[in-house]
Ligand binder design. Structure first.
Ligand SMILES: C[S@@+](CC[C@H](N)C(=O)[O-])C[C@H]1O[C@@H](n2cnc3c(N)ncnc32)[C@H](O)[C@@H]1O
Length: 252
């Protein structure tokens, strides 16, 4: 079980897909082996959005292994790909899961990870000699139009929440991209990053509504001063959908 619902992952998939770096995907595709099947490991695969995005852009043939701790989410992924219901705390200690993989990838996962987990991930990828591609990692930036007075304080509280333990140790949250880059570089990887900011338009009204409601809950959970929860929530939810743009920014 996880905190992520299939409905939420469905809602974000089109925006994720439009926001991802095509250049980094192309660069990774270019260094993968040709003329033989490539084995790919997708960590925190959910319902398979990362495979759906990448499969048509990477060399063929491919063999995927999707790993997630939530069986219900995995059961919605295509049966064309192998999957394992496994906690990533254990997965990252299992060298055999990584062995032989040409690519280790994840989308919308790294900000949930701790320093210790990232270190173990880097070690497993390095041992396997795998290329890596991590997409859509929240890096602490958000921006609203129209701006409101509380935006900055709200962002700080949300970012505090991002640093709490989500099951992989105290999360790196907004620092995850920078820390993962340092660790992979120290392990001898050539690292490239590119922004993959969400830019939410009125068409994604329901996504905006759920996102802002989630931020309001996270902010309320982290403030030390008494807060009128109803007011905080209603203020957030009342942001006019037609004017709201949010950028949970995600350098890959
Ligand atoms: C934000 S979702 C991203 C899912 C998918 N990669 C996507 O882009 O739609 C994060 C995923 O990581 C999984 N996850 C989080 N912590 C995990 C853990 N400790 N072990 C295994 N899976 C985990 C969740 O179940 C969820 O499917």
């Amino acid at each position: 079980m996880s905190d992520f619902t299939a409905d939420w992952l469905d809602l974000r998939e089109p925006v994720d897909s439009a926001s991802r770096s095509t250049r980094l995907t192309r660069d990774v595709a270019a260094i993968l082996p040709r003329y033989r099947a490539i084995d790919i490991l997708d960590l925190g695969a959910g319902t398979g959005a990362n495979v759906r995005y990448l499969a048509g852009k990477l060399p063929l043939p491919q063999r995927w292994m999707l790993v997630d701790r939530d069986e219900r989410l995995l059961s919605r992924a295509s049966k064309a790909w192998a999957s394992r219901c496994l906690d990533l705390q254990h997965a990252v200690l299992d060298a055999s899961l990584f062995s032989g993989r040409a690519l280790v990838t994840a989308s919308a996962l790294l900000d949930l990870a701790s320093e210790a987990w990232l270190q173990a991930l880097v070690a497993r990828c390095r041992e396997a000699g795998a290329a890596v591609l991590f997409a859509l990692t929240y890096d602490g930036r958000m921006d609203f139009a129209p701006a409101e007075l509380e935006d900055e304080a709200m962002c700080e509280l949300v970012n505090q929440h991002q640093r709490t333990d989500k099951g992989l140790g105290p999360a790196e949250g907004p620092a995850a991209v920078a820390r993962a880059s340092e660790l992979f570089t120290a392990a001898g990887y050539y690292v490239e990053r590119e922004a993959s900011d969400w830019e939410l338009t009125p068409e994604s009204h329901e996504l905006q509504r759920q996102l802002i409601a989630g931020w309001a809950d996270a902010a309320v959970a982290h403030t030390r001063v008494p807060v009128n929860t109803a007011a905080a929530n209603s203020r957030c939810i009342n942001v006019p959908p037609s004017g709201t743009r949010a950028y949970p920014a995600s350098p890959e």
